[in-house]
Design a protein around this ligand. Sequence first.
Ligand code: SF4
Length: 364
Amino acid sequence: MRVGTAAWERIDSIGECFEEISRTGPVASVTVLADRFGRIATDLRVSLTDRCNLRCTYCMPAEGLAWMPQPQQLTDDEVNRLVRIAVEQLGVTEVRFTGGEPLIRRGLVGIVAAAARLDPRPQLSVTTNGIGLDRVAGALKEAGLNRVNVSLDTLDPARFHTLTRRDRHADVLAGLRAAADAGLTPVKINTVLMRGVNDDEAAALLQFALDHGYQLRFIEQMPLDAQHQWTRAEMVTADEILAALKPFDLRPDNVSRGTAPAETWLIPHHVDAAGEPARVGVIASVTRPFCGDCDRTRLTADGQIRNCLFATDESDLRKLLRDGAPDNEIADAWQVAMRGKRAGHGIDDPTFLQPARPMSAIGG
Ligand code: SF4
């Protein structure tokens, strides 16, 4: 179990966790976001908006979606308070800001700065489509951001337009460069391959990442699109991705994966921007699920806790916030929300239900 303050070091089994919580009340010091399978959530994903300036075909329709009304969205202060409670009272050690597109959120730099001032200091990252990153990379770094993940599914501007319904390919490449120049490293690229669309670019995208010192992660397309049109047949599997990367003669990674979503491979004869052996990753949520080691908890832009990416129910922290609840009551509700987490996403179950909330309003 990851340890935080001294109080944690006393705790070395889940049973003791709950005993500790019942003995010391909801929040005596640092408690943990434990679920009934013994997983501890220490990685908080915060969706800062459901809006986006792209219209990726595997995510939302061309006309966009009915965006969340502003009053429903958490204010910057509310976001900062929930992140503070998660870090100071619930053992969260990593915070990733997502969207929709988080760079659209005007208060992003201030929200990052507030999180960077927390003690213990969490690792801070952003998942973005890269548009506008060239303008804010420096300010984000100064505010305390550690690194970024940038989505890029093709090297071809025309295909980019087909995939995203926008002509912003050059902006994404400029964003990647600016992130590297600002030191938001390792700069990671997230790529979703779709059958017959861009699955012929796997090797070229990896070569591009190697040439620029970026780390590439291929992500299996997941049933989280707003249109509910995902099919397994159209999804490019991890096995197919690895087959397409055969020319790189990949080797098993010598570093343990831990709770990381990406399974990684070493790329012989290549080093990354830090001079480390170059790696490529595959996040195979569908064909090689990694739920057993999941350490993620999610906060939506309207203040709901999702204990899993595929959760079909949520817990409302916004109401508690706006009803004036004290920190420990909010922390307690967060723990209860995580305790009910299911063993896994259940995509293979005949009873699987795609969540009503689309990926664009959950975030990566
Ligand atoms: S699907 Fe849910 S349980 Fe599985 S890794 Fe993702 S968030 Fe965790």
